[in-house]
Design a protein around this ligand. Structure first.
Ligand code: ATP
Ligand code: MG
Length: 562
């Protein structure tokens, strides 16, 4: 694995010239275009996920690198599934990822008049017809990969009849599904996409942009390439499943009086193990409340990663690391986790937070005394210092005291010593227990001669984190883990579904945790390394001033499944 940098510009400079970069460079060198135009064309029927991030980085990235433009165009031809909420979320996610589109946001629906005129044009050329086959019949006529299709009995309608029927489809004279407009290409083509594909469907549905102006809607295939042409897109980059649609994309551009000739290129989509990236399934997780919304920090959505504490730079670097090729594969989610760890290791200030507090009283430390210790915020970067008051009462983590420690244990045990991070060496003298035998408090003594130096005549190996009792911030900590426990969540036992692979421990909520006093000022989305615990960020939604909720972004090391 190549070592990514957290600075995307250096990453881009050092980046290998993947095939799309080579194509663009060659086109510019050959003078095919003076300037490239790409587009990112989401359908507003869900939130963007990590797969979309790859497409965004490719499309916006190429435009940026080569001084071109990238459009954001909503591919909004299916009103039943689309929503303004998704449009808003998508715009905000693209900006969050660090990109901006050229000009206004565009909508395929703004081209509906032009697309309609072009459909009429195809009818006039004898290249499109209105077909009355039911969906079942149409499927039957379509044939299969091994068998050619058969011509629809409506294929030879006259131009005049087709023009009349199509106008009446538009006027709302027919019910949903009663008729469609189809291109007249070749029912025997080995490419199924060329077997008289659908251009228009009847859908009596309200559209989020065009309202009730239309009751017929163009298909994806009839919309996409022509929208590209209208916008002067030069390189229309999509994922490999559209490779077989390219002949159709080119057929429309060849037959219609379009103002430009864009070209379609395909690359392999991103598949990540332990992760689901299908909007339909992500929507199901939300609708059935398996998670708390599209931006649940366990979701593979960009808004989920954002709330989890991922940085835009880490996601961009990840997209650069995985590269752009034409061969499908599955990327290990550990690479994504590596990218965020790298970024946070370099940039996140250090802090201490005790997740399962155990009270410690330093019996030989004077009551009321406070020493303000200064600790660096970062071991390597100059991020300044923070104040940490040392007092007689403090908290350590329950897991850092063991009555019967295993061999080689380096933390606190009866009569043993440990260093409190950035502070003194303490010794456990006595454990106070409740009626059930649980340790509820430790009585310790400190060695006043150990601040910033080793104790005389003995070695103390262990260092543990702690916070002072007074002044520390009570907080909630949410320990997030992978949402799916199986590497291929979509592959389930017979009769099961991907939902059966949900990791029941993907969220563990800890209340009554204690963060060091400096974190009282933490703002939403501030990120920290909690020493020995992992990387955390202040939750965007559920934190209140002085009452932060911390989300675990990622553990310190990759220990998954161990
Ligand atoms: P889904 O399969 O999640 O519903 P989609 O392809 O239907 O995704 P669109 O809104 O049409 O979603 O996607 C917008 C753009 O993002 C398209 O150009 C699509 O090719 C690209 N894209 C979607 N998923 C991925 C992925 N996993 N990897 C790379 N690009 C992707
Ligand atoms: Mg799509």
């Amino acid at each position: 694995m190549s070592k990514p940098t957290s600075d995307s510009s250096t990453a881009a400079k050092a980046a290998p010239a993947h095939f799309l970069r080579q194509i663009v460079q060659a086109d510019l060198d050959a003078g095919k275009q003076a300037k490239i135009v790409t587009r990112f064309p989401p359908e507003p029927n869900g939130y963007l996920h990590i797969g979309h991030a790859k497409s965004i980085c490719v499309n916006f990235g190429l435009a940026k690198e080569f001084g071109g433009d990238c459009h954001l165009r909503f591919d909004d031809t299916n009103p039943a599934k689309e929503d303004q909420e998704y449009i808003d979320a998508i715009k905000s996610d693209v900006h969050w990822l660090g990109f901006d589109w050229a000009g206004e946001v565009r909508y395929a629906s703004s081209y509906f008049d032009q697309l309609y005129a072009w459909a009429v044009n195809l009818i006039e050329q004898g290249l499109a017809y209105v077909c009355d086959l039911t969906p079942e019949q149409a499927r039957e006529y379509r044939g299969s990969l091994t068998e050619p299709g058969r011509n629809s009995p409506f294929r030879d309608r006259s131009v005049a009849e087709n023009l009349d029927l199509f106008a009446r489809m538009k006027a709302g004279e027919f019910k949903d599904g009663e008729k469609v407009l189809r291109a007249k290409i070749d029912m025997a083509s080995p490419n199924m996409n060329l077997r008289d594909p659908i251009l228009y469907r009847i859908r009596h549905a309200h559209h989020h942009q065009t309202g009730d102006a239309w009751c017929i809607y163009p298909s994806y295939d009839f919309t996409h390439g022509q929208s590209d042409a209208l916008e002067g897109v030069t390189h229309s980059i999509c994922t490999l499943e559209f490779e077989d649609h390219r002949p159709l994309y080119e057929w429309f551009l060849a037959k219609l009086p379009v103002p430009a000739q864009p070209r379609q290129y395909e690359f392999a989509r991103l598949n990540l193990n332990y992760t689901v990236t299908s909007k339909r399934k992500l929507k199901q997780l939300v609708d059935e409340a398996h998670v708390h919304g599209w931006d649940d920090p366990r979701m593979s959505t960009l808004s989920g990663y954002r709330r989890r504490g991922y940085t835009p730079a880490a996601i961009r670097n990840f997209c650069e690391m995985i590269g752009v090729t034409r061969s499908n594969g599955v990327v290990d989610v550990a690479m994504l986790e590596f990218a965020i760890r790298e970024d946070l290791d370099q940039n996140a200030p250090r802090a201490m937070c005790v997740l399962r507090p155990l009270k410690v009283v330093i019996t030989n430390y004077p009551e009321g005394q406070v020493e303000n210790l200064e600790l660096a915020r970062h071991p390597k970067q100059d991020l300044g210092v923070r104040q940490l008051p040392f007092t007689r009462e403090l908290y350590i983590d329950q897991g850092d005291y063991e009555e019967n420690p295993p061999k080689g244990y380096k933390r606190l045990e009866p009569g043993g010593e440990v260093r409190l991070r950035g502070s003194y060496v303490i010794r456990a003298d006595e454990a106070i227990k409740d009626a059930d035998g649980n340790v509820v408090e430790l009585r310790c003594s400190y060695d006043p001669d150990t601040l910033g130096k080793n104790p005389e005549g003995r070695k103390v190996k262990g260092v543990i984190h702690w916070v002072p009792a007074a002044g520390s911030v009570e907080c909630e900590v949410r320990l997030y883990d992978r949402l799916f426990r199986s590497a291929q969540p979509e592959k389930s036992e017979e009769g099961g579904s991907f939902l059966d692979n949900i990791n029941p421990e993907s969220l563990v909520v800890l209340k009554g945790c204690r963060a060091e006093p400096s974190l009282a000022q933490a703002q939403a989305e501030d990120r920290f390394q909690f020493e020995r615990e992992g990387y955390f960020c202040v939750d965007l939604k559920d934190s209140a001033p002085g009452k932060p909720v911390f989300n675990r972004t990622v553990t310190l090391r990759d220990s998954w499944g161990q």
